[in-house]
Design a protein around this ligand. Sequence first.
Ligand SMILES: [Cu+2]
Length: 117
Amino acid sequence: MKTIQTLALAVVFSLPLAANAAENGNMGHEMPGMGQAGMTSHHGAMSSGEIKEIDKAAGKITIKHGPLENLGMPGMTMVFRAKDPAMLDRVKVGDKIKFEAERLNSALMAGKIEVLK
Ligand SMILES: [Cu+2]
């Protein structure tokens, strides 16, 4: 089975290279339909939201969030697990924020949080 595993890895690693090569060959060739900006967002994109509830003991934060384009989720109010519970000391209910939503296994995490002034 060793050969098969090696082949599978080779395929996985060659895909991004092939994609880059194709992109480079297409420089200046914009795709139509640029209105779909959400489709191009990457992992780690910042989303906007408002803090509704903070549970420091549980390390959880309830955020009324706008669309999470990197997770394909529409706007809603939901509970996130704080990636760094210490950051819950720096925010308060009612704060308007920009934050990084991440999916970790099945749990949703709030990474970096920036309070908007
Ligand atoms: Cu949500």
